[in-house]
Design a protein around this ligand. Structure first.
Ligand code: CP3
Length: 343
């Protein structure tokens, strides 16, 4: 039998919708917190295949989702490009901010495959360890979101510095995006060669851009990545997640040719049903509602499946699981979704 996630992404009929959760591994799991103590340096944790394997498998044991996502981080690519990435307890990622052409010109995507070899080793080991009905998702940050972290030096800003550089020196910025396109294709292609069956592009900060800039720095580079991956790996499903794309979701889907689109929680379900005529949709339960749980969460699950479950649909959140989310709420969703199959 074909894996449920792959069926949905190829827009073939499935009984119940497949599900997985963005950030299904991580700090909300007590077993992850215990494992993490073995390697306090987060990047070194990511580069230790046994630890990455174990962190990937932890949520599968609890919730039996239809997919595993490689345990790694989008910022390993910035690390491979030599941008001095650190993860600071209680603060998140910190990078030396890149300020202009002098920092951009020396960048090259060439070291990606050798530098990130431990990540691909983890992919191989995860692929070998997965239950037969679970699909393996590989991932990367999309070029705009990577550029944002590299320029801002951290997340959680309004992207002001990155947007300023893109307007003030569009050629210099285009050179940075070009290196990131090349690095992303290499990184995703290596994950696929080592056993990833689906890839997701996280454009977590796509919603910060003005419309024309969105076309130039989100849609165009994503379209190129999709085209090049398709050439190398025909048939590999690609999920795009341009978080906050709003009115431009439809254009993003048509112009990039992704097989599926991740929708944030602000996208109305009626709109999601329209997008579903063009490609598979994934999402979009509010991650805050998952934290809160209770009858409001139960109602939202039913409504998502009622509105989108008839077409190509992957149940997920609108953004990743938050660290203070009770595991029981996640278990509850998994149980409810399986009940749809029995009904
Ligand atoms: O199950 C999974 O999804 C695990 C793999 C994974 C991680 N990060 C592990 C992680 C994935 C797919 C990511 C993607 C990621 N990383 C994104 C895109 C998705 C999104 O949330 O928008 C982004 C923007 C990052 C960058 C990043 N990494 C931030 C901002 C932070 C700190 C804040 C936070 O959310 O934890 C990280 C650290 C990080 N990445 C942790 C994990 C489990 C926590 C590290 C720890 O153990 O302390």
């Amino acid at each position: 039998m074909e894996k449920r996630l792959l069926l949905a992404l190829h827009r073939r009929p499935v009984g119940r919708p497949p599900f997985w959760f963005m950030r299904q591994a991580g700090r909300y799991l007590p077993e992850y917190q215990r494992l993490r103590r073995q390697e306090p340096d987060f990047l070194r944790f990511c580069y230790t295949p046994e630890l990455a394997l174990e962190a990937t498998l932890q949520p599968l044991r609890r919730f039996q989702p239809d997919a595993a996502i490689l345990f790694s981080d989008i910022l390993v690519v910035a690390d491979a490009l030599g941008r001095n990435v650190r993860f600071v307890e209680g603060q998140g990622p910190v990078l030396d901010p890149l300020t202009g052409r002098a920092d951009i010109e020396p960048l090259t995507a060439e070291p990606v495959e050798t530098f990130l070899a431990p990540v691909y080793k983890a992919v191989t080991r995860i692929a070998a360890a997965l239950p037969a009905d679970v699909a393996l998702i590989g991932f990367a940050g999309a070029p705009w979101t990577m550029a944002l972290y590299m320029i801002e030096g951290k997340g959680g800003t309004d992207g002001g510095r990155a947007r300023t550089l893109a307007y003030a020196d569009p050629e210099g910025f285009a050179a940075l995006i070009a290196v990131l396109v090349e690095a992303t294709v290499r990184h995703l292609s290596a994950q696929i060669r080592h056993g990833a069956e689906v890839v997701q592009l996280f454009d977590s900060w796509a919603g910060l851009l003005a419309a024309e800039e969105f076309r130039r720095w989100v849609i165009a580079p994503t379209a190129e990545i999709v085209r090049r991956l398709r050439q190398q790996h025909p048939g590999i499903p690609i999920i795009g997640f341009p978080r906050g794309a709003g009115l431009l979701y439809g254009e993003y889907i048509r112009a990039t040719g992704v097989d599926a689109v991740g929708l944030d929680a602000a996208v109305p379900l009626e709109q999601a049903a329209v997008l579903q005529r063009v490609c598979a949709v994934q999402g979009n339960l509010d991650n805050i509602l998952l934290k809160v749980g209770g009858p409001a969460m139960d109602r939202a699950i039913v409504r998502l499946v009622e509105v989108l479950g008839g077409g190509p649909f992957v149940f997920n959140l609108g953004h990743g699981i938050l660290p203070d989310t009770p595991c029981e709420h996640v278990a509850r969703i998994a149980e409810r979704l399986r009940a749809f199959a029995a009904a």
